[in-house]
Design a protein around this ligand. Structure first.
Ligand SMILES: [Mg+2]
Length: 264
């Protein structure tokens, strides 16, 4: 399940969302929370859901930041220039942070990777230009996600993808996208289900999970991405959902739900 627009909106929890999580646990149906939230740490996501009565644990949460950390770690990249919020910088402490939004900001050396998140109003020409120069000097362009927009408190808001696209355009380099719709990200969440301790699932050597549905409000990141990763994509009519966007997308969800509450 996705978080923003699916379990939560700016008005609070989607009605019935907490009951769905409770029902899934009661029925022994394993689940993971898979979110492209780029402004919060994993623990911060747990706290935010908990504040709305949705009880989840840290190891049930897969964020784009978590995926990016794994991606950088797997490639032995040490020097990272973060362009993310201070909350997310907390999840990056294992790296040597250079420039960007790191504090204190060290600029003596050149980063091996530039990590782009969602800075909202905190983006500036200076920050974008700094990221641009690092990439031109050889740093890998790594994006937490490339969402087009999300539904904010006053309407639709530009998401990180718009800034990632600007850097791709200027540098001529394609970004590596760590969050949804990257199949590696879905795969990691699915793999963790196999280790989960759910009482109603019989454990055996030929244990396999399926079918699995990704439930979210983003036609591309949630639905198309999940389908390309071999999962089903179930679209909810909450959050950023728009009938005209779905019709023009060319994406056919495996299911369309009025809201996540329709799951139980
Ligand atoms: Mg969403």
């Amino acid at each position: 399940m996705d978080v923003d627009g699916t379990l939560l909106t700016e008005d609070g929890a989607v009605p019935g969302a907490a009951a769905v999580v409770t029902a899934l646990r009661r029925r022994g149906i394993p689940f993971r929370i898979v979110t492209n939230i780029t402004r919060r740490s994993r623990q911060s996501v747990v706290d935010r859901l908990g504040a709305h009565g949705i009880e989840v644990q840290t190891d049930e949460i897969y964020t784009a930041v978590y995926a990016a950390v794994a991606w950088l770690r797997n490639r032995a990249i040490r020097r990272v220039a973060p362009f993310v919020t201070q909350d997310v910088v907390q999840d990056l402490q294992e790296f040597d942070l250079i420039g960007g939004t790191a504090t204190p900001s060290v600029r003596q050396s050149t980063p091996d990777a530039v990590l782009i998140g969602d800075l909202g109003d905190h983006w500036s020409h200076g920050l974008l230009n700094e990221a641009f120069r690092y990439v031109m000097d050889g740093a890998e362009l790594v994006a937490l996600q490339r969402g087009r927009y999300w539904l904010g408190p006053t309407g639709l808001e530009l998401d990180a993808g718009a800034y990632v696209a600007a850097l791709e355009y200027a540098t001529g380099h394609n970004a590596v996208v760590c969050g949804k719709p990257n199949a590696e990200f879905f795969d990691a969440a699915v793999a963790s289900l196999a280790d989960a301790d759910y009482p109603t699932i019989r454990r055996s050597d030929d244990f396999s999970i399926g079918p699995i549905a990704m439930v979210g409000d983003d036609v591309w990141s949630d639905i198309q991405g999940a389908q390309q990763a071999g999962l089903e994509g179930w679209l909810v009519r909450t959050g950023k959902f728009r009938e005209d966007v779905l019709a023009a997308s060319g994406v056919t969800p495996d299911g369309v739900l009025d809201s996540v509450a329709s799951l139980c």
